[in-house]
Design a protein around this ligand. Structure first.
Ligand code: NAG
Ligand code: NAG
Ligand code: NAG
Ligand code: NAG
Ligand code: NAG
Ligand code: NAG
Ligand code: NAG
Length: 723
């Protein structure tokens, strides 16, 4: 056992090894030592508990093979393995005196949350808990990782590149989210919540600065940066001050991994969560520990983690400022992160967020006190009248995408002849698109100056291409309010919303120290929300502001209205209820037909073995005959492990799984017709693991023509790791 303790305690190193900050950097940040954490746990925060708190985590990873990935809309970007699993992290906070008064905040390592997913999660929970959980008190927010699967969203536009709806992806997400909430429900204890905030630099940049510059000068002058650097942290502890979990909100896109990646990953926020959870949950694999840390999204619409900015990949020069093109071509203008490659960039942006969150967590002393309340209302965003002043008013429109939408962004440029900042539109595409659907004259007028590429709000067959009824929701915990928004608010959109809501909450009786955060991509995905001024410029974010120029003000008015219900703890009318479209979904992705291995081989058999010996801080790998990972997602489990041989007993046990930072699981169909495929296990050996004997193990399920799906596993040769 002593031997075990020794190497178990070293496990965290997987996460910090590749990730270890330089000594100088370490000093710069928190200098958190083991001692300080222990002190934190035992000494401080013995305040009388104000809330009941539950935290839970569950795996939502979709199919690790053959499924289009969500975010870049690139049909050739399909899954082929796992770097980090994706998790749902749930936090239930209840009034200690009236525990049925509860709010549930869930952060998922996914591109966004979809309305149909939300509806099905609630169905599952209500089957168990009746009305304790409902659309009213559950907010589910996507971190916006662009390295998860697509196919779980209900609107057709988001299914075009994924060949329709993908039931396995959808159910993995629905079940995982419900499971995380159930885990939180079963863990509820008395405790307290502290908040803190601070600015994090070097971690985000504005990817559409020319649009931001169109906002009024007086407004811009109130801020030092064209992105929000503010990170707001909630620290959740039990009644003895023991650490339960953390939620923070910080605005940055999950696009550190770029559109050439095929491995499932939680991107920078998912990895930041694993780092913090790894710190508190020392000896357990990712997603298995008690302490849950969510790095949630916020007003990230125009915010990129690729902090080196965009440049022309052919000339190395700056791209055209207004259109993000190089010699007229958008696909040559690409933004890069701070690292040597996309993995390294993911690590760096994750570490910055993790370190800041840890500092703020450690020093959080402002305690939340007061009631828990939630308010939810469905809103038809195609039909809102917006009055700015006595002479200026407008209406929201049926959803439409502008031409710049197809140009993509500098985080992942589109491949065709589109450019950003386009208020004219390309003639060829106008022609192509006219076959899909011509926008009505009314829509063209309403959406001006957007040249309409896809009038999604008027495309209803075989089911709607875009959203119309969206969720709007707010959560209150004492003097803390969460505005749960159904899309990607740009920096300035988020600031305007927070300010308006804070003012309204205080006017309706909340205290003068009320804190407001914006939780992005929550409950429904209704694309982008740019300001009226940014909309005029029609870069990607404006082109993707689907309900027209007055979209933002429509939302602000709504949240100002909901603030009164939230502050007073009263019920808002339900609003128009959206249809559940589940039975209408069309899936065109072919199923796995069968898996096969070459003659005289078996599933899990070694195709290319590991070497006999490796030095630490190098990379080991082995290749196996495999089945298709779609046969069984191995939810909450793993497709591979690194096993260490206990020198005393000779027994092997798992040291790392497919969700650890230092491992990668690759899968590839090698023979389409014969049904062969190969899985590669990859391990960057951390410099701090014990020397000794190791081996790879793979797990999987193969689809046999006659016997159906059967599980298999296999091991590589034993290999030694030397200093
Ligand atoms: C963060 O920066 C903003 C301006 O960019 C400033 O107003 C605010 O006070 C800063 N917040 C903290 C906690 O330092
Ligand atoms: C970008 O566009 C604005 C407005 O049309 C113009 O004033 C500005 O000069 C342009 N900037 C560059 C660098 O082309
Ligand atoms: C993606 O990142 C890789 C490095 O990891 C780089 O070689 C490639 O050029 C990047 N591609 C895009 C489109 O950003
Ligand atoms: C109304 O708002 C518009 C746009 O911000 C502005 O141009 C106009 O002067 C305002 N009118 C009044 C009466 O405030
Ligand atoms: C906030 O409210 C508290 C208590 O009502 C009061 O003492 C304090 O002066 C107020 N602060 C501000 C800045 O208004
Ligand atoms: C690990 O190897 C990399 C180069 O591959 C090197 O930069 C780094 O310093 C090494 N780390 C340790 C702890 O030896
Ligand atoms: C090692 O494995 C053997 C047989 O599998 C088992 O009986 C024994 O308890 C294991 N020892 C330890 C220390 O886990």
């Amino acid at each position: 056992m002593a031997g075990m303790t020794m190497w178990w305690t070293l496990l965290v190193v997987c996460v910090t090894v590749l990730a270890v900050p330089s000594p100088r950097e370490t000093q710069k940040w928190s200098k958190i030592s083991e001692d300080e954490i222990v002190k934190l746990n035992t000494e401080s925060n013995a305040d009388a508990p104000n809330y009941k708190i539950g935290v839970g985590i569950a795996d939502i990873t979709g199919p690790a093979a053959e499924v289009n990935m969500m975010g870049y809309a690139n049909p050739s970007q399909v899954t082929g393995g796992i770097h980090l699993r994706q998790f749902s992290r749930a936090f239930i906070i209840a009034d200690i005196n009236k525990p049925d008064n509860r709010a549930v905040f869930v952060s998922i390592d996914a591109g966004m949350q979809d309305q149909l997913v939300t509806l099905e999660v609630i169905k599952l929970l209500q089957a168990k808990y009746k009305d304790l959980y409902s659309i009213k008190n559950i907010a589910i927010s996507g971190t916006h990782s662009h390295s998860g699967v697509a196919g779980f969203l209900e609107h057709l536009l988001f299914q075009v590149t994924s060949l329709g709806f993908i039931p396995e992806a959808f159910h993995a997400q629905v079940n995982g989210i419900a499971q995380s909430i159930e885990n939180a429900h079963n863990n509820m204890v008395d405790g307290n919540i502290y908040y803190n905030s601070g600015n994090l630099t070097k971690s985000n940049i504005n990817r559409s600065p020319s649009a931001y510059l169109n906002n009024p000068k007086e407004e811009r002058e109130k801020y030092t940066a064209n992105v929000d650097q503010l990170m707001t942290v909630l620290k959740l502890v039990d009644k003895n001050g023991g650490d339960l979990g953390m939620i923070n909100w910080f605005a940055v896109h999950g696009t550190s991994m770029n559109n050439t990646n095929h491995l499932i990953s939680g991107d920078n926020k998912g990895y930041a969560s694993q780092l913090m959870e790894g710190y508190f949950n020392k000896d357990v694999r990712p997603g298995k520990g008690k302490f849950v840390a969510a790095f949630a999204s916020s007003n990230l619409g125009d915010v990129s983690p690729n902090t080196q900015g965009a440049k022309c990949i052919d000339t190395g020069k700056s791209c055209d400022f207004n259109s993000s093109t190089c010699g007229g071509k958008n696909e040559k203008c690409i933004a890069f992160g701070p690292g040597v490659d996309m993995f390294d960039s993911t690590r760096i942006i994750a570490e910055y967020q993790y370190k800041k969150a840890m500092d703020l967590y450690k020093s959080a002393t402002k305690m939340l006190t007061g009631p828990v309340s939630t308010v939810h209302q469905y809103l038809d965003m195609t039909d809102q009248t917006v009055v700015y002043n006595s002479t200026f008013w407008g209406k929201t429109c049926k959803a439409a995408m502008g031409f710049s939408f197809a140009a993509g962004t500098t985080d992942g440029p589109g491949a065709f002849n589109f450019k950003q900042g386009d208020t004219e539109g390309d003639a060829f595409w106008k022609f192509i698109v006219s076959f899909i659907k011509k926008p009505s004259a009314q829509m063209v007028e309403c959406q001006k100056p957007k040249p309409i590429l896809l009038p999604v709000g008027e495309m209803l067959e075989p089911y709607p291409w875009g959203p119309s009824i969206v969720d709007t929701q707010m959560i209150r915990i004492g003097q803390f309010a969460v505005v749960a928004v159904p899309g990607e608010f740009t920096t300035m959109s988020g600031r305007r919303t927070r300010d308006a809501v804070q003012k309204s909450l205080m006017e309706h009786g909340m205290s003068n120290d009320t804190v407001v955060v914006l939780a992005g991509l929550t409950n429904t995905y209704a694309d982008y929300i740019a300001t009226y001024e940014e909309y005029q410029v029609q870069r990607y974010e404006g082109a993707s502001t689907v309900f027209g120029p007055h979209t933002l003000q429509g939302y602000i008015n709504q949240f100002v209205k909901l603030s009164e219900f939230l502050a007073k703890g009263t019920e808002a009318p339900t609003g128009p209820i959206p249809k559940n479209l589940l039975s209408k979904m069309v899936s065109l992705l072919p199923p796995v037909v069968f898996d096969e291995v070459p003659p005289f081989q078996k599933f899990g058999g070694v195709a290319h073995d590991a070497e006999k010996s490796y030095k630490r801080n190098t990379t080991a790998s082995a290749v196996f005959h495999a089945g298709n990972p779609r046969n069984n997602l191995r939810t909450g489990d793993t497709f591979m492990s690194i096993e260490f041989k206990d020198p005393k007993t000779g027994n092997f046990s798992e040291m790392f799984s497919d969700s650890d930072w230092c491992t990668r699981f690759y899968w590839k169909r090698t023979e389409e017709i014969l049904g062969y495929s190969k899985a590669t296990t990859w391990w960057h050996i951390p410099p701090t693991v014990p020397t000794g004997t190791y081996r790879f193990r793979v797990y999987g399920n193969a689809k046999h023509i006659i016997e159906g799906v059967k599980a298999y596993d296999g091991v590589s040769r034993e290999f030694t790791v030397t200093a």
